[in-house]
Design a protein around this ligand. Sequence first.
Ligand code: ADP
Length: 418
Amino acid sequence: MHPTVPAAEGTRSVTATDGPHHVLVLNSGSSSVKYQLLDMRGGARLASGLVERIGERTSRLVHTPLATGSPARERVAPIADHAAALTAVAGELAADGWGLDSPELAAIGHRVVHGGQHFTEPTVIDEAVLAEIERLIPLAPLHNPANLTGIRTARELRPDLPQVAVFDTAFHTTMPEAAARYAIDAATADAHRIRRYGFHGTSHAYVSRRTAELLGKDPSEVNVIVLHLGNGASASAVRGGVCVETSMGLTPLEGLVMGTRSGDVDPAVVFHLKRVAGLDTDEVDALLNKRSGLVGLCGDNDMREIRRRIDGGDAAARLAFDVYVHRLKKYVGAYYAVLGRVDAVAFTAGVGENAAPVRAAALDGLAGLGLVVDEELNAVRGGGPRLISPAHGRVAVAVVPTDEELEIATQTYALVRG
Ligand code: ADP
């Protein structure tokens, strides 16, 4: 018997009565697999884990059996490929009594990065869906192949089990054309599927809905600006529960300053780097994606370290912080204009949930727009969704922890329960 585990907050009203009620969420990267097993009778987490450095001699698996409260199990040993990784994960889950053959397992939910214009909803995976995800590889050359490998492996292990793809882009497919189109030659754009897709959609969907809940309103009643500030960072404008604008574009490179990505630059920077600095395409790609953003400006991409350096009087760290916050504030202003009326600004992900100075600085001077951060509330650490605006604030400012795995599990379960 497994102990009863408390329900997590934030699950929608998908109520299971009988039948299988566990969902395994898989997030397959090029050399890693992250997973969580959730009980959808309330959303409690039963187990979570990570396999990293797949294909190397020092592959590492860490499995945490959350439901039993037993300590995490870690092993470092070569894991050759995703099939071996998933088999190892299945073994760890089985040791807890929840193997992939468990009758309680209702479905596997897979995070898939790019769903293009085709996938606007979570989708039960079949051969046609796999073919379409494959067709989208040119738009996400690093992510979609890894996601596909994870899906194929899971299907081999449990061919009879419903498996669902939940796309990072899906929430943004409601963006109007005026927001989704780049102002470039239309025929060229269409021929190469160049448009703004947006990413982090699962998080933006979850956080915007949770923000409405925090305000005691239905999502259809509120307009929210969501600021997802992790190592990758993106903003979205959500009108009545529907995404109308987001800051990432064809790829996750556009928009906010991120840990290692530049966000917005003049596209001519690319020509300049190629023609004048002599970089080739891959070098420009690596520069803008891996050696820019906070790390490019000051050598660190962890906001905690940047704050420590600022406290010690470090000018480069100060500038990196200022560039980061300046961009963020510009997006808040832009999305305010897009929405016309804003009910809440919600901060989420590693930086958004933890870095009070970023939240304060991003909204500093915006009292004229009704945006005020209460210093004391902003300084409170941890906890669930909470308001950090003063009681009289015209616009709610909130910290809303994201939970992409719960959202993937919720969407997966809703789909397979019908
Ligand atoms: P990912 O995009 O990899 O999912 P996360 O959402 O976990 O990233 O965010 C990771 C980032 O959050 C770290 O790089 C760090 O900058 C920031 N972060 C985490 N904890 C704190 C903290 N206590 N204070 C400030 N920043 C933090």
